[in-house]
Design a protein around this ligand. Structure first.
Ligand code: HEC
Length: 148
């Protein structure tokens, strides 16, 4: 009986030690995961071109805001920003005729946006915004289809 209970204690002791090891191990793992977090979280660094291209989206969103709120200053600012973007060297990805044509389209549309804003013409601004969206989609589609 005595031996039995001793065995019993040994088992209990063994369990406690094992549990401590598991808990210790878990918290060590948690610590490692915590330490590793910043590295895991850090997104791959964006290239200049990516940040540049994403700038188009920010500007388009501002233009949409200007269009729906009849904020002509915002439309004008966006139109000018878009025009400048299309003139940047990062814009020129390739020299194909089609790419150049679509870039030229966007340049023209950005000027229409600026003009509509200066004329305080909401309808013209809305139309230009729609043309702009079609132009964004057209070029991206062409790129996906293998435009060189
Ligand atoms: C004449 C072609 C052309 C037009 C027009 C165009 N883009 Fe792009 N866009 C590109 C190219 C080229 C890339 C970069 C693709 C790459 O790096 O693989 C790009 C990338 C982007 C990206 C980044 C995507 C990513 O994977 O990070 C965004 C956002 C974007 N464009 C938004 C727009 C918006 C908004 C418009 C319209 C205002 C627009 N683009 C018009 C050619 C165009």
């Amino acid at each position: 009986m005595i031996i039995r209970s001793r065995k019993c204690w040994l088992v209990v002791l063994g369990l406690v030690v094992t549990a401590q090891m598991i808990i210790g191990g878990l918290s060590a793992t948690a610590q490692t995961a915590k330490d590793a977090k910043p590295a895991e979280k850090a997104e791959p660094k964006k290239t200049t071109r990516q940040s540049f291209m994403e700038g188009k989206l920010t500007i388009s969103q501002e233009i949409l805001q200007g269009v729906v709120l009849s904020d002509f200053k915002l439309i004008e600012k966006g139109g000018i920003g878009l025009n400048l973007l299309t003139l940047g060297e990062e814009w020129v990805l390739n020299d194909s005729k089609e790419y150049n044509r679509m870039s030229e389209d966007l340049r023209r549309i950005s000027k229409q946006l600026v003009k509509a804003a200066r004329d305080k013409n909401g309808e013209a601004a809305t139309l230009a915004y729609q043309r702009m969206t079609l132009n964004c989609v057209e070029c991206h589609q062409a790129l996906r289809d293998g435009l060189k």
